[in-house]
Design a protein around this ligand. Structure first.
Ligand code: GLN
Length: 479
């Protein structure tokens, strides 16, 4: 069975329909591979053996009765461990929630449950999704399956490693400032950050709610489109969720990219980028031209500053959001304290790791006194300016293209003590889409010493179909 684990969702769906194998057999094969590989990779924090087998059996029974629910029925997947699944631990890779069992499903999980998808388990991440290589996980980092000395990216590094190592057929991640796209790039897979509000955030543990988005990680562009179509739904439980025009995803892949206007962002060249990434980026542009696209350049003057804007806004929101983990409402509570204040301080000091504390402290600081005006409010103004620059850019183009990160996956430990610097360098590539809410997709575009590099496409709101069309052509031509 192990050779079929690499197959796409449609291939599995086809085989399930034809009865070539059952969902139970497929799920067992994934679980066996997880059992043999995960102790080394650490992609999953929790493996849901029992419930996965039960869900697979139920799917097979439905199919036998002629009640199969569609493409995703019986397809095994994984969810990042900051997404709630009823009855399973929801740890956010934090000591704070080490033993917390979720009493309910996130809306996206319950949509997938209704579609018949089989949940294999919960994947590793940076603590509360803050980081770039899962090195801040309380459970230890996830390793990159392509080179285990290297990180698999972050914060959805467990999901990326799980997809890349054939430990699931697709995975959910979350992307606040690049956490789906960058790990996808580091592991050589597809990572979609959908339009903000397209997927319900209900049941996603918040980091920075004005930026948080559940994202999709898969082996192929087509798989990503299948999962988006199934999960993008207006949800009454999330007042920010919107009705995605699912019909816009219909239609076949155009023969080429004639008529598509793709713009490269001029300021990218001012950023710190590795030679390999620079070459891969310009090769991708050449390929787009060969495919008939009109390739031009556009200026987003605020690009170099975007990481700082992202950093200020996300930390400010995180400081307020994570206040609920106080040992009373949520989270671990320490023993042996003499006052209420001491209980808060001790519980939070022990429950949170350094990176989370750093963000909360920075966020609280810039929301107070003069810092609020100087930093937080300026960041909000800059966010508006970035939106303005993007609107202008999209008046003459359909898609923007830029690298997903400055280079390939770094060695574990290389950035551990300088996470701040790591962000300065790399989060800048992902901040535009995060701050604007526009959809973006990362796809593998090249390899250097067998390590993948990613290219990122940003589109107009709710125009994921355009991203899929360009990404599918690009991926096919680059391979
Ligand atoms: N690297 C970014 C950060 O640490 C990404 C976070 C995210 O998207 N969850 O803030």
């Amino acid at each position: 069975m192990s050779e079929i684990l690499k197959r796409s969702i449609s291939e599995h769906a086809d085989s399930l329909v034809k009865g070539e194998y059952s969902s139970l057999e497929l799920t067992r094969a994934f679980l066996e591979r997880i059992d043999s590989t995960n102790p080394e990779l650490n992609a999953y924090i929790t493996v849901a053996h029992e419930s996965a087998l039960k869900e697979a059996r139920e799917s097979d029974e439905r199919r036998a009765r002629g009640d199969a629910r569609g493409t995703l029925d019986g397809i095994p997947y994984a969810a990042k461990d900051n997404i709630a699944v009823r009855g399973l631990r929801l740890s956010c890779a934090s000591r704070m929630l080490e033993n917390y069992i979720s009493p309910y499903d996130a809306s996206v999980v319950s949509i997938l449950r209704d579609a018949g998808a089989v949940l294999l388990g919960k994947t590793n991440l940076d603590e509360f999704a803050m980081g770039t290589g899962t090195e801040s996980s309380y459970f230890g980092r996830a390793k990159n399956p392509l080179d285990t000395d290297r990180v698999s990216g972050g914060s959805s590094g467990g999901s990326a490693a799980a997809v890349a190592a054939d430990l699931c057929s697709f995975a959910l991640g979350s992307d606040t400032g690049g956490s789906v796209r960058q790990p996808a790039a580091f592991c050589g897979i597809i990572g979609l950050r959908p339009t903000y509000s397209a997927l319900s955030r209900m049941g996603l543990v918040g980091f920075a709610p004005s930026l948080d988005t559940i994202g999709i990680m898969s082996r192929t562009v087509d798989d990503c489109s299948i999962v988006l179509r199934a999960t993008a739904k207006r949800d009454a439980l999330d007042s920010t969720s919107a009705q995605f025009p699912t019909k816009s995803l219909d239609g076949i892949l155009p023969r080429d990219l004639r008529g598509k206007r793709i713009a490269l962002v001029r300021e990218v060249m001012e950023l710190d980028i590795s030679e390999g990434q620079r070459i891969a980026h310009s090769r991708a542009a050449d390929v787009l031209r060969e495919l008939g696209a009109e390739v031009s350049e556009v200026s987003i003057p605020s690009l170099p500053a975007s990481y700082a804007v992202y950093y200020a806004i996300s930390s400010a929101e995180a400081s307020s959001n994570l206040a609920r983990f106080d040992g009373v409402r949520y989270g671990m509570r320490t023993e042996g304290m003499e006052s209420l204040e001491e209980m808060y301080v001790k519980s939070r000091s022990l429950g949170f790791g350094n990176e989370v504390k750093r963000r909360i402290t920075f966020g609280a600081l810039i929301l107070s006194g003069d810092y609020k005006k100087d930093i937080y409010e300026n960041a909000l103004r800059m966010r508006a300016r970035i939106n303005f620059e993007l609107t202008k850019a999209f008046s003459a183009s359909d898609v923007l293209m830029l690298p997903t990160s400055s280079g390939y996956a770094y060695k574990a430990g290389d950035l551990k003590d300088e996470l701040f610097d790591a962000h300065l360098k790399d989060d800048v590539f992902c901040a535009l889409s995060s701050l604007s809410g526009l959809p973006s997709i990362s796809l593998p575009c090249s390899t250097v010493r067998k390590l993948p590099l990613g290219i990122q496409l940003i589109g107009r709101a709710f125009e994921e179909k355009t991203l899929f069309d360009v990404a599918a052509h690009l991926q096919c031509a680059l391979n």
